[in-house]
Design a protein around this ligand. Structure first.
Ligand code: GLN
Length: 282
């Protein structure tokens, strides 16, 4: 049998049901090359695929075809230009969430020092992206899961970004007030059919009660007493939840309530401002 070429090995991975891009990225991973080297793959398509790399690609392709996120297989995901290490202890960071980072950066004075917190930080994606963009900000990140915090803290250390980590249930035991509270909390309804496709990710990072809004309601309830005057609360939510989340924010007394679209044009984040003098007893 003639040796299998790199192109043939990729085609075999595709025949298992993989997208071409995923098959190429897994091939690069098996060959010990960076994900940016797809041009190299094309130029070397007729080279023989080394046996060990071929075996690894076949095994990884089977996992990917079974729904395991690519990031868990390669152990890596780029978020807001930062290389993050991820695994099954944390949600696979989505490009949609970069919308929330953009919005947070716009809401804050770029020059002034400020203190902010990312709730449910998971891999640390949002907190690390904000700290990387604005080194003068004091960035805090919180998660309920000690496993997630270990992943986030390792990312912070590897990237040399000074973020303060806390374990807790939303803001319950946080003494501080912040200029900005940002969160991509769990927001999928417990019975939502989408959950069936996400079985490889931690369910506690995805699902939140019968309508998916339990955690968002808790955060909106707790945020006012942890926001400085005129501070902002910015939340990511599901593709059909913007109207409901805006109503929850308005009912809680937030001002300037508004939503932001993700790269697909879907209202993906909503937020509001807690004005100086607003009544925290609502
Ligand atoms: N956006 C993710 C999804 O629908 C869910 C993330 C979350 O629950 N925070 O796949």
């Amino acid at each position: 049998m003639p040796p299998v070429t790199i192109t043939q090995a990729i085609q075999h991975a595709q025949s298992l049901g993989l997208e071409r891009l995923d098959a190429q990225l897994l091939a690069l991973h098996a060959l010990g090359r960076a994900s940016s080297e797809r041009a190299w793959l094309l130029a070397h398509g007729n080279d023989p695929m080394p046996d060990d790399a071929g075996a690894q690609l076949r095994a990884h392709a089977v996992h990917r075809a079974g729904g395991v996120p690519l990031a868990y297989i390669t152990g890596f995901k780029e978020f807001y230009g930062l290389p993050l290490q991820v695994d099954a202890r944390v949600l696979d960071p989505r490009a949609d969430t970069e919308t929330l980072v953009d919005w947070a950066l716009e809401r804050m004075d770029a020059q002034a020092p400020a203190s902010l917190i990312d709730l449910g930080t998971g891999s640390g994606a949002i907190a690390l992206a904000l700290k990387h963009s604005r080194s003068q900000w004091q960035v805090h990140a919180l998660d309920y899961s000690a496993d997630a915090l270990a992943v986030a803290a390792a990312n912070a250390a590897r990237l040399g970004l000074g973020v303060q980590f806390h374990q807790g249930s939303w803001l319950q035991h946080m003494p501080q007030c912040f200029a900005l509270i940002v969160s991509n909390p769990p927001y999928i309804a417990a019975q939502d059919a989408h959950l069936a496709a996400l079985t490889h990710e931690p369910v506690q990072a995805l699902a939140s009660g019968s309508d998916g809004l339990d955690d968002i309601r808790s955060i909106i309830r707790q945020a006012p007493s942890h926001l400085q005057a005129d501070g902002w609360l910015l939340l990511e939510h599901g593709y059909y939840q913007a109207g409901t989340v805006r109503t929850l924010l308005q009912d809680a007394g937030f001002a300037s309530v508004q939503s932001r679209c993700d790269i697909a044009g879907i209202e993906r984040c909503s937020g509001g401002q807690w004005l100086a003098g607003a009544d925290t007893s609502i």
